[in-house]
Design a protein around this ligand. Structure first.
Ligand code: SF4
Length: 114
């Protein structure tokens, strides 16, 4: 497995490891306020499924990454987004800096440039 694959696997949400992590390094991410028509924050199970699916798609695509300028444009959109709690998106649970490199990924509310 290459370095890039290892880095992405390292982005598995900390909450996935609640049974083994120490109290000092747990995530304190909070979700945005809920409203009837607001997008829902990612669940732990949903994030795990999404990560597995994303890794499979990335592997099937030969572990390709996007050019720097597309990555940067995506991150720029995240930085101004109300769902971004750096370093993660509270909607999908992904680490945006890592997700922004992957050609098959997209923003859950369509804010990334196409
Ligand atoms: S991926 Fe989309 S919803 Fe999530 S923080 Fe970035 S712009 Fe916002």
């Amino acid at each position: 497995m290459g370095d890039a694959a290892c880095e992405l696997i390292a982005t598995i949400p900390i909450r996935e490891y609640d049974g083994v992590m120490s109290p000092t390094n747990r995530s304190t991410t909070t979700n945005p306020p809920a409203s009837a028509d607001a997008p829902k924050a990612a669940s732990t199970v949903g994030m795990a499924k999404s990560l597995a699916t994303s890794m499979a798609k990335w592997a099937a695509g030969g572990f390709q990454t996007l050019p720097q300028e597309i990555h940067d444009a995506r991150l720029s959109a995240c930085e101004g987004c109300k769902y971004h709690e750096a370093p993660r998106c509270t909607l999908c649970g992904c680490y945006t800096d890592r997700k922004a490199w992957l050609p098959h990924e997209d923003c859950p509310i369509g804010k990334w440039p196409g």
